[in-house]
Design a protein around this ligand. Structure first.
Ligand code: C5P
Length: 402
């Protein structure tokens, strides 16, 4: 179940060329089952018309305090007060200043002053305006008041200058909003979750490696779902073709040894470790400095592999960390998984058939802990991740109150 489904969001749009991106964002929210009430500032209407947002959200669009639909002024103070969150995107320097000063000189600022809902603000403006101490001071004020400020992106702006001030893409805004709602309502609010994902690559020479077929999809889904449940999430990822989820910290690594180091740093103070990565059990003893050449007449080369450290077993002494491991097996699935649960000092192990799951779009799983086994039927990985995380949270809560 998407955390956005059934939520009521007020979306304030200011006058910036980036307003065009927010039309897509409004559409994405509506498709996710959100009731989106758009408020346009006067300047916003010069960039994207009310008709666009009205068509995309299926809701009346509000532009002026003096031209409200029949429920009137009180109703639209109520709009903000009954919302699950207010999003301001793009937030211009001028509107940020007006909000910080506590002005209520238009419908958006009035709504913000009246609401007690959490506010997500996505600044977008010329890089010089963004960097100006006046804007930075106003943003610091809003942050101190509990607003969540989405960092603008860096790059080329519409007006042919480059710098920091770009509105993040709709995908990022939606991720930030999910994280915000999770922090308010989610069962993992206040918790820190670390997820590892993807396979590791163990270098043979500068261009070749020993690897595996892990796509990272399951781990990325789990990380995003944990974020939506309110956790502060660190994702430690081997190389994948996936886009890192928004509003989480992603650490990219390549080898098992790099992954171990990144995880050691990430688990300090964490509550849950979900070790989904397909860590290479072996690595070439030493990567050669130069590319290995094929010599004429040779029939082959021999690689000597050494055993990688078992990363999760190395956390066995972390008694405050709820540790979830995975067992992807081709034979004796449940017996092997059970043995790993004990050997690696895990609180839960998720067993799955390696051939039918690694690199595949769907997965069936069996959860094994000290209390017994639970089977989860085959589902697409996004849905399976949601089910699995619900099961993990339930067990974590029980374990925590033990
Ligand atoms: O022993 P096996 O590789 O099957 O164990 C799988 C579980 O152990 C997974 O959770 C995997 O992420 C973890 N693992 C690890 N360090 C390794 C190998 C596996 O943490 N070197």
């Amino acid at each position: 179940m998407d955390i956005l489904s059934g939520k009521r969001i007020v979306l304030g749009v200011c006058g910036s060329i980036a307003a065009y991106k927010v039309a897509q964002f409004a559409r994405d929210l509506a498709l996710a089952g959100v009731q989106v009430d758009v408020i346009l500032t006067e300047a916003a209407e010069r960039f994207v018309g009310a008709a666009t947002f009205q068509a995309l959200t299926g809701r009346p669009v509000l532009t002026s305090m003096w031209a409200l639909p029949e429920d009137g002024v009180v109703g639209h103070v109520a709009l903000g007060t009954s919302a699950d969150a207010v999003v301001v995107a793009p937030a211009t320097a001028n509107t940020i200043a007006r909000i910080a000063a506590g002005l209520s000189d238009d419908l958006l600022t009035t709504t913000l002053l009246a609401t007690r809902a959490p506010v997500l603000l996505a600044p977008a403006m010329n890089p010089q305006m963004y960097a100006h101490p006046a804007t930075q001071t106003n943003l610091a004020t809003l942050r101190a008041r509990g607003y969540t400020i989405v960092e603008p992106g860096e790059g080329r702006m519409a007006e042919h200058v480059s710098g920091k001030g770009r509105l993040p893409e709709p995908f990022t805004l939606a991720g930030e909003l999910r994280a915000l709602l999770g922090r308010v309502h989610g069962p993992l609010r206040g918790r820190r979750v670390v997820v590892s994902a993807g396979g590791t690559r163990e270098p043979i020479d500068p261009v070749r490696y020993v690897g595996n077929r892990a796509s990272g999809q399951m781990g990325y889904e789990l990380a995003a779902q944990a974020r939506d449940l309110g956790a502060a999430v660190t994702l430690v990822s081997g190389p994948t073709a996936l886009v890192a989820p928004a509003a989480i910290t992603t650490v990219q690594v390549e080898t098992a040894l790099e992954m171990r180091e990144a995880l050691h740093a990430a688990v300090a103070g964490a509550d849950i470790l979900i070790m989904n990565a397909a860590v290479a059990d072996f690595r070439p003893e030493a990567a050669t400095e130069h590319k290995i050449k094929k010599q004429p007449g040779t029939t082959g080369i021999t690689l000597t592999l050494v055993t990688n450290p078992d990363i999760i077993a190395g956390f066995a002494g972390h008694h405050d960390l709820f540790k979830v491991g995975f067992a992807a097996e081709t034979d004796d699935l449940l017996a092997n998984a059970q043995a790993k649960l004990a050997r690696k000092g895990l609180d839960l192990i998720v067993a799955n058939d390696a051939v039918a799951s690694i690199g595949q779009p769907s997965i069936a799983m069996t959860l094994i802990d000290r209390d017994g086994m639970t089977s989860l039927a085959r589902q697409p990985k996004a849905a399976a991740a949601a089910t699995l995380l619900t099961e993990i949270v339930a067990r974590y809560v029980r374990w925590k109150s033990r």
